[in-house]
Design a protein around this ligand. Structure first.
Ligand code: AHR
Length: 340
């Protein structure tokens, strides 16, 4: 599988007719493809190109660190980290570059599900195994080696199951309940899966109503801005479900500014996803009532897959990471041992 590719310098030769000139004279421009040409990798290392989504959340930072700690030179890897900058087109371009550079493996965390067929086909034709990590794609699974990540739909279902149980214990089972959902990035498999799980489970409760379900793009800033708009329209929110912790932290700021109380002793029940360090702190103070874990430690499983391929072994096409549900009641028991 290991291969050494020394690519000669590529040039784009743009030949354009000069419309401002008279007659048929032509002008030729030469432009060097700076990133994709003339690259050679030390064949003593396995070169892994990792295309990240961006830096939208604390979860993402923990996930990036995990790759950097796993794919080290000491372990025999040359890791090329690419920040997708929350731009799916940039991710596609980066993948083109990695393919033309002849890396050994590509790990892709696609921002959105759609639009990957052509580039996955190109990687396949170039015999570069592609591992999808965290988020998934809608393209045919025959186009990539495997997918490793979270069961987003189950995460959504688990969030609502906790809510139903909590309301029942509070004697509020038959009460009318108004919910607001802050969704993640549109078209992202994390958003699609969680929203599907949430809605499926919410629809089982005839006395529950979704007042608003808006996109906050997984960022704290957008979570706050969207929540401010929602609070302008709705005063009677019983439950806020945010599809990640950071949007919830932003929404909490918006609620505080509007004197809306939330958490264990407040009016709005707060539920989010990820369960990173700050979420644990906020669960222990009672501001956040539940965080459904989304495990960012995926790199180890990716490395295992690469080892299997190097050894000529079969690879499981779908692999889930382990996850739990943490609440304001049990966060204190677990906080010491958390790795992220
Ligand atoms: O794809 C995983 C999601 O993306 C995490 O829940 C979120 O925090 C991140 O930005």
């Amino acid at each position: 599988m290991k291969k050494k590719l020394i690519l000669s310098l590529l040039f784009i030769v743009i030949t354009a007719g000069c419309t401002q000139c008279s007659g048929t004279e032509e002008v030729t421009y030469e432009k060097k493809l700076a990133r994709s040409g003339g690259v050679s990798y030390d064949e003593n290392y396995i070169t892994v190109g990792f295309i990240q989504t961006g830096k939208e959340s604390d979860w993402r930072d923990a996930n990036t660190r995990d790759y950097q700690n796993t794919f080290t030179k000491e372990k025999g890897y040359n890791l090329i980290y690419i920040d997708g900058n929350s731009d799916a087109r940039r991710q596609v371009k980066a993948m083109h570059d990695l393919i033309s550079q002849g890396v050994d493996y590509i790990i892709l965390d696609p921002i959105v599900e759609d639009g990957w067929e052509d580039i996955l086909k190109l990687a396949q034709d170039s015999k570069i195994p592609v591992l999808l990590a965290d988020r998934g794609v809608s393209a045919d699974p025959s186009l990539y080696t495997c997918w490793i990540g979270s069961d987003f739909k189950t995460e959504g279902v688990n969030a609502v199951k906790w809510l139903a149980d909590y309301l029942e214990k509070q004697g509020r089972k038959s009460e009318d309940i108004n919910l607001v959902i802050l969704e993640g990035t549109k078209g992202a498999s994390a958003t699609i899966g969680r929203t599907e799980g949430l809605r499926k489970e919410i629809s089982r409760h005839k006395n529950w109503r979704i007042l608003a379900s808006e996109c906050g793009n997984f960022t704290q800033g957008e979570g706050k801005a969207v929540m401010e708009q929602i609070l302008e329209k709705h005063k009677d929110i019983d439950v806020l479900i945010s599809e990640n912790d950071n949007m919830m932290f932003g929404a909490m700021k918006a609620m505080t500014q509007k004197d809306v109380s939330y958490g264990v002793d407040g009016d709005v029940i707060t539920i989010s996803f990820d369960a990173l360090e700050e979420a644990f702190e906020r669960m222990m103070t009672g501001e956040l009532m539940v965080s459904v874990e989304c495990n960012p430690l995926i790199a180890g499983l990716c490395e295992k897959v690469i080892r299997q391929i190097e050894a000529g072994q079969e690879v499981a096409p779908v692999q889930y990471v382990q996850e739990s549900v943490f609440t304001y009641k049990n966060a204190g028991e677990y906080s010491e041992d958390r790795k992220y």
